[in-house]
Design a binder for this molecule. Structure first.
Ligand code: ADP
Ligand code: MG
Length: 258
C-alpha cells in the first residue's frame, strides 16, 4: 500500500542528485536541425519551466527525455540510465518518468480507474487490488475519486487532465514531464490543473514543464529555460527572467505572453 510519505522526496537529501543530464544534444528531422547543442542538468526535486515561441523545439526536447523521439548526437542520461538504442534502458527510463500531454492521452474505452491501473498491473506486475488502492489514493489527491468509474468522455477537460496526472503518479515516477498541459483547456479549468501541478511541486516532485502559464512559472519554478530556434537562449531563476530578460528574443517573447 503506497503511503503519502512515499510521494514526498526529501529535497535536502536529494539536492545533489541528478535526475537528468543532457549533454550537447542535437537532433534533426530530415535536414531540419531542430535541437542545437542543448545542455541541461535537472537536479532531483528541481522544477524547471521551459518556454519559448511555437516551433522552437520545446516538445521535441522533452519527448527526447523519455525517447518518444530519438536524438542523433549528444547524450541523455535519466536517473543514471543512458537513453540510447537499448530497449532495456528505454523501458527502465519510462518506468521512472511520467509524461502529461496537451491532449490528455487517456484510453477512451477504459474508465478513469482502469486507465490508472493498466500500467501498474501490466508493467509493474502489481495485483489488481494493490493497483486499485494506489489509483484511488492518487485520484483522491487530484480530487476526482468520485469519477473513478466514468469514461474519459464523460469528464470535463480539466478533470481529464487531472486524471492523466493521477495516472502518471500511479507509476510513482521520479521525474514528471509536462508538455503544455493546460493549453487545450477552457480558461475556467486551467486553474484546477495548475493547482494540481502546484501540489505536486510542493510534494517535492522533480518536474520539467513546457508551459506558457507564466504565473505558474513564477510560483513554482526554480529555473526558467527560454528556447528559440532549437537552442537554449536564456536561463535564469524566474524573478530575474521575468523582470530582467537579457536577450532581445526573450524580451519580445515576454512582451507577447505576459
Ligand atoms: P514547440 O514544441 O516548441 O512548438 P516542436 O518541438 O513541436 O516545437 O517542433 C520544433 C520544430 O520541429 C518545428 O519546426 C516543427 O515543425 C518540427 N517538427 C516537430 N515534430 C516533427 C516531426 N515529427 N517531423 C518533422 N518535423 C517536426
Ligand atoms: Mg510543443
Amino acid at each position: 500500500m503506497p503511503l503519502p510519505s512515499q510521494l514526498s522526496l526529501d529535497r535536502e537529501r536529494e539536492t545533489n542528485c541528478i535526475a537528468a543530464q543532457i549533454t550537447t544534444l542535437n537532433k534533426w528531422y530530415g535536414s531540419h536541425h531542430v535541437l542545437r547543442d542543448i545542455d541541461l542538468t535537472v537536479r532531483s526535486g528541481e522544477r524547471i519551466v521551459i518556454c519559448g515561441p511555437s516551433g522552437s523545439g520545446k516538445s521535441t526536447l522533452i519527448r527526447c527525455m523519455n525517447r518518444l523521439e530519438e536524438h542523433q548526437q549528444g547524450t541523455i542520461v535519466v536517473d543514471g540510465i543512458e537513453l540510447n538504442e537499448s530497449a532495456k534502458n528505454i523501458d527502465e527510463v519510462r518506468r521512472e518518468v511520467g509524461m502529461v500531454f496537451q491532449n490528455f492521452n487517456l484510453f477512451p474505452h477504459l474508465t478513469i480507474l482502469q486507465n490508472r491501473t493498466l500500467a501498474p498491473i501490466w508493467v509493474q506486475k502489481l495485483s489488481r487490488r494493490e493497483a486499485e488502492e494506489t489509483a484511488m489514493f492518487f485520484l483522491d489527491r487530484v480530487k476526482i475519486s468520485e469519477h473513478a468509474h466514468k469514461y474519459p468522455g464523460q469528464l470535463s477537460g480539466g478533470q481529464q487532465q487531472r486524471a492523466a496526472i493521477a495516472r502518471s503518479m500511479c507509476m510513482k515516477p521520479r521525474l514528471m514531464l509536462f508538455d503544455e498541459p493546460t493549453s487545450a483547456l477552457d480558461p475556467e479549468t486551467i486553474k484546477e490543473v495548475l493547482d494540481t501541478m502546484i501540489q505536486l511541486a510542493n510534494d517535492g516532485m522533480t518536474m520539467v514543464c513546457v508551459t506558457h502559464e507564466m504565473g505558474f512559472a513564477q510560483a513554482v519554478a526554480d529555473r526558467v529555460i527560454f528556447m528559440d530556434q532549437g537552442q537554449i537562449v536564456e536561463e535564469n531563476e524566474p524573478r530575474t527572467f521575468f523582470s530582467n530578460p537579457v536577450t532581445e528574443r526573450a524580451k519580445l517573447f515576454l512582451s507577447q505572453v505576459l
